[in-house]
Design a protein around this ligand. Structure first.
Ligand code: G1P
Length: 290
């Protein structure tokens, strides 16, 4: 079993980030100078995936353009002798194959994943959500692929969250197999703390068997009137093996303003050419403390 394809749902309106997202897809907002979607695509590519299906919606064309050549920028830079800068642009176009499917009506994450079926076909695949940035030595998706290939089953990435935060996530419940692995028995989308089966939350990374499509076709609208991937996974867990894997890595919720600032600072401090100056700026803003 080899996982060669990934689905990245990008049809959301990004209303949590208005006004920035009024005319710009939220996936194109940068963490330092790299758009969020590029971080996500690079995680998939570093995990061994070359074929990436982006589920788009209206006003999302710039996402696709970002992964193509930009002839004007590249030739202008070449002529000015700045081919190293042009190469930054060209490298992105060479990363992988991007395919798109339009989700014409936003009917939920489960529906977005179902839209990818004509391209995915009868193969296992990864799903990466664009609001979750995961910084890890071994890419999170690679960690999940390793478990899926070993167990020959679907796997969701999980992390433990505080009780007050369970209502922001899909939450899994099940039996612990070892330190990191849980055999999933149930899932609940955004439960109230007293209804959560555990504090193991799914921050937007999945490796799924193609059997999920049949299940999603029969999944009724759930929370928010949307077809929820979490509800589809609950039905899948009733039919076949589904695991949750507590991945190793740091996750940033870049769909949230504070999470976005957190990620921006962390990624800026990781850049050797910026780190010292960013530290100095932070000190300045803290009035010399910190
Ligand atoms: C979606 C999923 C949820 C998951 C979350 C991760 O929710 O429905 O199960 O835990 O992404 O970010 P959203 O945040 O898009 O409302």
């Amino acid at each position: 079993m080899k996982i060669r394809k990934a689905v990245i749902p990008c049809a959301g309106l990004g209303t949590r980030f208005l006004p920035a997202t009024k005319a710009t897809p939220k996936e194109m907002l940068p963490i330092v100078d790299v758009p969020m979607i590029q971080h996500i695509v690079e995680e998939a590519v570093a995990s061994g995936i070359q074929d990436i299906v982006i589920i788009t919606g209206r006003n999302k064309d710039s996402i696709v353009d970002h992964f193509d050549y930009s002839f004007e920028i590249e030739s202008t830079l070449d002529k000015k002798g700045k081919s190293d800068l042009a190469d930054i642009s060209r490298r992105i176009a060479k990363l992988c194959n991007i395919m798109t499917i339009r989700q014409k009506n936003p009917m939920g994450l489960g529906h977005a994943v179902l839209c990818a079926e004509p391209i995915i076909g009868d193969e296992p695949f990864a799903v990466l959500l664009g609001d979750d940035l995961i910084d890890a030595k071994i890419p999170c998706t690679r960690q999940l692929i390793d478990v899926a290939e070993r167990e020959k089953a679907s796997v969701v990435g999980v992390m433990e969250v505080a009780e007050r935060d369970v209502s922001k996530y899909g939450i899994v419940g099940g039996d612990k197999v070892d330190g990191r692995l849980t055999r999933v028995k149930t899932l609940v989308e955004k439960p109230a703390p007293n209804e959560a089966p555990s504090r193991l939350a799914i921050p937007g990374r999945y490796v799924l068997m193609p059997s999920i499509f049949e299940v999603l076709r029969n999944t009724k609208p759930g929370k928010g009137g949307e077809i929820q991937l979490t509800d589809g996974l609950k039905s899948l867990a009733e039919k076949e093996k589904l695991f949750a894997y507590a991945f190793d890595g740091t996750r940033y919720d870049t769909g949230d303003r504070l999470g976005y600032i957190d990620a921006t600072l962390a990624y800026a401090l990781k850049r050797p050419e910026l780190a010292a100056d960013v530290r100095a700026l932070m000190k300045k803003h803290l009035g010399g403390q910190g």
